[in-house]
Design a protein around this ligand. Structure first.
Ligand SMILES: Cc1cc2nc3c(=O)[nH]c(=O)nc-3n(C[C@H](O)[C@H](O)[C@H](O)COP(=O)(O)O)c2cc1C
Length: 328
């Protein structure tokens, strides 16, 4: 790691619909050191949306990056100003999303076909003393092609970029869904190892298919950091182990106060955002815990009726009853 680059040893991947401001608060309660990402936010939304405060505010959840989707250098430059003003540590350009909607807007993974434009986009954001990074794939289509990946990075490197997150599989732009694009194209970590050898001064953060913490930790011996998505989506509570495993600090305490702190954070947003968006990160507390059906039923009933006090009580009761399993 370059000494002046903040640590990206363990990152939670940007996930639309999941890494909301509420989820990020939960993640931050559970781990002080994990590097967080927002969901991808389209440049136009970031610049013009009237509801943007609900999606782009930072709430002092640093260290954190805001991820942006776009390909207009002027818009991206404005987004960089906004990111800086909201005290984000980093602005990240999405060059990995394969969805049809994103392709229609000419951003995401299809940008890998125009390396000169990607470089221009990155350069347009590089001002304000904010770190500018990129998240990309290793290629486009069904066939592995290291030369394509290398030539792409050769061009981007000229921007002076210091951090690149690589989802280590190709993006297939036709015929499969975004979900399929996260599992059907095979993983290839070797491409990332090889490009790191060529550019030792760039921090390459490995993403894709890392599905347990021990494996993730072992990968940090070979890569500058790891980025995990679906493991955290399914089980955010495993984040309480990150500070000790990856950073040598002590584990964060997880107890009834965690629930209380979370509820205090979401309460001011009741009525402004949907109850599901407010509470969905916490619903993952049931992951892998037997005999939780009665609590789940109670919670779904109270969610329908918007009964926030009753919801807090049920979550607290659940954490008390399942102490042995949850806090072990
Ligand atoms: C529900 C969901 C939403 C996602 N949204 C984004 C996004 O907004 N931006 C992005 O770069 N990647 C997005 N991704 C991809 C993840 O960041 C990550 O690259 C991918 O899930 C592979 O990592 P994993 O195997 O650890 O899950 C999303 C993934 C999921 C599961």
């Amino acid at each position: 790691m370059k000494p002046n680059i903040p640590d990206r040893k363990f990152c939670v991947a940007p996930m639309m619909g999941y890494t909301t401001p509420y989820a990020r608060r939960l993640y931050r309660i559970l781990s002080k050191k994990t590097f967080l990402f927002t969901e991808m936010i389209a440049t136009k939304t970031m610049i013009h949306s009237q509801n943007k405060n609900l999606i782009i505010k930072n709430d002092q959840q640093n260290p954190i990056a805001i991820q942006v989707g776009g390909s207009d250098p002027l818009d991206l430059s404005k987004c960089s100003d906004i990111a800086k003003s909201l005290n984000y540590d980093e602005i990240n350009l999405n060059v990995g999303c394969p969805s049809k909607a994103v392709q229609k807007g000419s951003f995401g993974a299809c940008l890998m076909k125009d390396k000169h434009l990607v470089r221009k986009c990155i350069e347009s954001m590089q001002k304000n003393n904010i770190e500018v990074s990129m998240k990309c794939r290793i290629g486009i289509g069904k066939v592995f092609n290291y030369e394509f990946f290398e030539e792409f990075i050769d061009e981007i490197e000229k921007s002076g970029i210091r951090i690149i997150y690589v989802h280590a599989r190709n993006a297939i732009l036709n015929g499969i869904s975004p979900k399929g694009n996260r599992s059907i194209p095979p993983l290839n970590y070797e491409f990332v190892k090889k490009i790191k050898k060529k550019y030792p001064n760039i921090n390459f953060i490995l993403n894709g298919g890392i599905n347990n913490l021990e494996y993730a930790y072992n990968l940090t011996k070979e890569f500058d950091g790891v980025m995990l998505g679906r493991l955290i989506q399914n089980n955010p509570f495993c984040l309480r182990k990150i500070d000790s495993i990856f950073y040598g600090s002590s584990n964060n305490t997880f107890n009834e106060n965690t629930i209380h702190e979370y509820f205090e954070f979401i309460k001011p947003n009741i009525g402004k955002d949907s109850i599901f968006r407010l509470l969905s990160p916490l619903l993952q507390i049931f992951f892998g815990i037997p005999n939780s059906k009665k609590y789940k039923l109670e919670i779904h009933k109270n969610m329908k009726e918007n009964k926030i006090e009753a919801l807090e009580k049920t979550f607290l009761q659940f954490t008390k009853d399942q102490k042995e399993i949850l806090f072990s």
